[in-house]
Design a protein around this ligand. Structure first.
Ligand code: PLI
Length: 473
């Protein structure tokens, strides 16, 4: 077991800085009230350490910044597209590379190409934007992840694995012809960044292919997944991260990528495919929704930055330090008795909100309430992953309450130092110690139709605060 204070020196030094500022408690109270108790609606300058997401918030390297200058901004056939295409082909192994502006652009295209009303998609837990596009196109999602993924305390090393029994049952129930594809993620964000093993993914693909069902991988954090495979899966310890990444993609039929995560870029994405007919259909739709098939909504410079970022993402020192920083925060919280999802995932530490605030019912959005309390304490911004994120069932209109309800603290890559991480740990530990003073949950004052966690506004269920008088000091 690593010791709690283990924190390897970052394999980079800082060349450019961006000021951040501390605010007072009174200031934050006003800011959060103005933001409808939704940290997503805060201005980033009112946030001290921003752990809302690791998506597009990464610090680019000097090599990426220099690559920007090489951007070819031609409308058609830009040189930068071919650099980008080559990088995706060689590191991920997909023959057809279709650029999109970010992950959900790719989800839109893939869902429109393959899903028909009344069809069924099975996958290892949902992700809000992926699910939204599947449902918009008329599919019903079936979660076939292993049961351990729903248990915050389970130490299962691959909580992103698919339960093959559950998958067989869905295939038997709806019939393979009604299943346009399987939607598999590496890692699984909504389970806390938990990996899938190469062995499980390979078996899933074998079962799907035997039934004529293609498999598409969400590769947003597949490099982080590869790191867990190297550390935890028998037979992979001596293989490089780059080799494991290829092995994860190899059995699949394609991928949708948000380059804002692993690839260390601030925007961008791609669809990777093996089937040339499907690639043609996807390119057709990219023209309508994203841009020409050689830029897909990105500038030439973005494609250059992503190509360089992909190469950096599989560097063993980089990925080791990245995951070690996440683990350091998790170990500090765990040691102080804060209930977190175990084992630690690749991009975030997730505080179990129902265990922290058992007195706040889920109908009062426990994790959203915890996110508000953590912001008020020291200006740390995380994101709710629970009932608010899960939205409503499109058929019944009822709120969905998935088994996990947590506050996600996602760590941007190469952005924060150990001192920032200690500030976060100290604040979350303080809120946890004073949790009994959080007495009210939250209710919607405005509820948007789609991806409601982004723009929703709330009010305390009683009075004007979630705190008993005096609040968190
Ligand atoms: O934010 P996009 O549109 O580039 O990507 C959507 C998306 C797809 N799959 C997965 C696993 C994601 O995590 C994801 C976006 N995630 C965000 C924004 C996050 O905060 O986790």
């Amino acid at each position: 077991m690593p010791d709690m204070t283990e924190y390897p020196p970052e394999p980079w030094r800082i060349k450019m800085v961006e000021p951040i500022r501390a605010t007072t408690r009174e200031y934050r109270e006003r800011a959060l009230r103005d933001a409808g108790w939704n940290p997503c609606l805060l201005r980033s300058e009112d946030v001290r350490v921003d752990l809302f997401t690791d998506s597009g918030t990464n610090a680019m390297s000097d090599r990426q910044w220099s690559a920007l200058l090489r951007g070819d901004e031609a409308y058609a056939g830009a040189r930068s597209f071919y650099v980008f295409e080559q990088a995706v082909r060689s590191y991920y192994g997909y023959e057809h590379v279709i650029p999109v502006h970010q992950g959900r652009g790719g989800e839109n295209i893939l869902s429109r190409c393959l899903i028909r009303p009344g069809t069924h998609i099975a996958g290892n837990m949902y992700f809000p934007s992926t699910l939204a596009h599947q449902e918009l196109n008329g599919a019903t999602f079936h979660d076939v992840i292993v049961d351990e993924a729903q248990d915050p305390a389970s130490e299962h090393p691959f909580k992103g694995n698919v339960d093959l029994g559950k998958l067989r049952a869905v295939i038997a129930e709806v019939g393979p012809a009604a299943m346009p594809y399987l939607s598999i993620a590496a890692t699984v964000n909504m389970a806390g960044g938990q990996p899938i093993s190469v062995a499980n993914l390979t078996e899933v693909c074998e079962l799907a292919h035997a039934n004529g069902i293609p498999v598409f991988l969400d590769t947003a954090r597949a490099v982080e997944n590869a790191w867990f495979v190297q550390r935890r899966e028998p037979g992979w310890a001596d293989r490089s991260i780059a080799e494991i990444l290829r092995a994860l993609c190899a059995p699949t039929d394609g991928a949708v990528m948000s380059a804002k995560k692993d690839s260390l870029a601030n925007i961008g994405g791609w669809i990777g495919l093996r089937d040339s007919g499907l690639a043609e259909r996807a390119r057709d739709l990219v023209l309508l929704f994203e841009g020409l098939h050689t830029y897909g909504g990105m500038a030439g410079r973005d494609m250059e930055a992503i190509a360089q970022g992909i190469a950096e993402s599989v560097d063993e020192d980089h990925i080791g330090a990245r995951v070690a920083q996440v683990e350091y925060l998790g170990r500090r919280l765990h040691a102080a008795g804060v209930p977190i999802i175990r084992p630690l995932g690749g991009h975030c530490v997730c505080v179990d909100a129902t265990a922290t605030l058992p007195h706040i019912p889920r109908t009062e959005f426990t994790a959203q309430t915890l996110a508000a309390a953590v912001y008020l304490d020291a200006g740390i911004r995380g994101v709710e992953r629970g009932g608010v994120s899960a939205g409503r069932d499109p058929e019944t209109g009822e709120n969905r309450f998935p088994p996990l309800e947590f506050l996600r603290l996602a760590i941007p890559r190469r952005v924060y130092t150990r001192a920032h991480i200690d500030l976060v740990a100290d604040s979350v530990i303080r809120v946890h110690r004073q949790r009994d003073r959080i007495v009210n949950g939250l209710a919607f004052s405005y509820e948007p139709d789609h991806l409601r966690f982004f723009q929703a506004r709330f009010k305390p269920t009683q009075g004007t605060s979630i705190f008993a008088e005096g609040g968190v000091e």
